[in-house]
Design a binder for this molecule. Structure first.
Ligand code: BG6
Length: 474
């Protein structure tokens, strides 16, 4: 039983920060690497992935900064097309050496590597060859890729299988779909295939690295009802089922939620399930759930006949032009009048974080690792090269306090790995939307010096880590 009085963060708590390969590395078509699907499809109005944060050149300096920040853990992803330029087969030794160097230097600095196997970057060649995630062929290729990682990086103790499987089917730039197949049908087929790939990775990890801890990282947006009308309460529950618990129940219980399955069957969009699929999924138990939390959402009930609305995101951060999507007959997103918004219209809701952590822990009783949490801001460089990102400090402090409250509530949280360590290429909005503790001197159109500069939030987080969270309460 957790001690309810005066609880601070557990002793072994992993204070960290996160990034992903295509968002920081650059050199996306050199040193043996080939194109990935997300790099091809990311928002063309902003910077491209050819330089990103220049991490491929500056990784040693970046790890020195991690050390200075006091990080206990660093979450990063390995790029599949950097390891396997053809998607499978011949291994790119330069890619192995690059990540080997990073892991060694992290270890030398007592920083625990937390490795994401797949962060949106399917090799484009596999998309072209057999339609990527729409074909079961990808499962073997993914497993072979995992085997290479588990062979070369046996000293990694924490693995994340797939980043944000839930978002992969919501956002327009993370996947490619075949226009000749009805979109919804295709999405649920792909989701099933991706779940099998996740399960195979877990089975393989158990066989090859029995000491390692492995789990998924899921992007979760809890849904609140717009009013206390029973229809709206049910709409929020159904939105959670379709947008979160479909994925989480598959990962954690190895089953399709009955409400979701019946919905899919009614629409004629249920995935094809082959003989051993569900057993493979059910027996792939995760050690923990990785949660990426940025915001909550409000929904209301809408009747079956309403017009279908797609999500339209605010990409430029200049005006509130988000259009929430709907599922006719089930729910529609609406504005929450009680929460502040970021420039990109994302709801700022620290209490939602505590609510969500309790909700997930109640359902699955599995430890949770916060694998992303953060705020995209504009961040200006002053004349004397300072960055006063008070908005980020406020956001992170408020979320950390609510996370601490959740721990006091009894939720087991292994670590806090906010997004992001350095400024990086936001997939939706380029370099304009910054997330890091470390400022990278570049913008969307000018590569500038790529100098690394510590923001105010860097010094703030440094104190949080050094005091093991006590500074949050001063
Ligand atoms: C998460 C992703 O969805 O959100 C990250 O795992 C991403 O890759 C982050 O950068 C923030 O989203 P965005 O669109 O602002 O970059």
């Amino acid at each position: 039983m957790p001690n309810q009085t005066n609880l601070l963060f557990p002793k072994s708590f992993l204070w960290g920060a996160a990034t992903s390969a295509y968002q920081i590395e650059g050199e996306h078509l050199s040193h043996g690497k080939t194109l990935s699907v997300v790099e091809k499809n990311m928002n063309k109005n902003y910077a491209d992935p050819s330089v990103a944060s220049g991490h491929y050149q500056h990784w040693e300096k970046d790890i020195e900064l991690m050390k200075e920040l006091g990080l206990k853990a660093y979450r990063f992803s390995i790029s599949w097309p950097r390891i396997l330029p053809d998607g499978r087969g011949k291994v790119n030794q330069q890619g192995i050496d690059f990540y080997r160097g990073i892991i060694n230097k992290l270890r030398e600095n007592q920083i625990e590597p937390i490795v994401t196997i797949y962060h949106f970057d399917l090799p484009q060649c596999l998309q072209e060859e057999y339609g990527g995630w729409s074909s079961r062929k990808v499962i073997n290729d993914f497993e072979a890729y995992c085997e290479i990682l588990f062979t070369h990086f046996q000293d990694v103790k924490y693995w994340l299988t797939i980043n944000e499987q839930s978002n992969m089917f919501q956002l327009p730039y993370l996947m490619e779909f075949d226009p000749s197949i009805p979109l919804e049908k295709q999405k649920y087929e792909m989701n099933h295939i991706m779940t099998l790939a996740h399960a195979k990775a877990i089975h393989l990890c158990r066989a090859m690295l029995p000491e390692a801890k492995i789990g998924p990282a899921l992007g979760v947006i809890p849904n609140y009802p717009a009013t206390s009308k029973p229809e709206d309460i049910l709409a929020a529950k159904h939105a959670d089922d379709l947008r979160t618990y479909l994925f989480m129940d598959l990962y954690m219980k190895g089953t399709y939620k009955p409400f979701v399955w019946n919905y899919l069957v009614e629409k004629g969009i249920e995935p094809t399930i082959e003989a051993d699929d569900m057993e493979c999924i059910q027996t792939a138990t995760s050690d923990f759930i990785g949660i990426n939390y940025y915001q909550s959402q409000v929904v209301k009930y809408v009747p079956p006949g309403v017009e279908k609305k797609e999500l339209k995101m605010n990409y430029d951060g200049d005006n509130d032009d988000t259009q929430y999507d709907n599922v006719p007959g089930i729910f529609e997103g609406v504005v929450n009048p009680y929460t502040a918004k970021t420039r990109w219209d994302w709801d700022i809701d620290p209490i939602g974080f505590r609510y969500l952590l309790n909700e997930i822990y109640d359902r699955y009783q599995v430890p949770i690792m916060i694998t992303e949490n953060g705020i995209g801001t504009l961040d200006e460089l002053t004349e004397n090269k300072q960055i006063h990102d008070q908005e980020r400090i406020d956001f992170l402090r408020d979320h950390l306090l609510q996370m601490h409250a959740a721990i006091k509530d009894g939720v087991e949280v292994w670590g806090y790995i906010p997004w992001s360590f350095i400024d990086l290429l936001s997939t939706s909005s380029g370099f304009r939307k910054r997330y890091g503790f470390v400022y990278i001197d570049r913008n969307d159109t000018d590569i500038k010096t790529l100098e690394r500069l510590k923001k105010d939030s860097f010094y703030w987080y440094q104190k949080v880590i050094a005091s093991h969270g006590r500074s949050l309460f001063l």
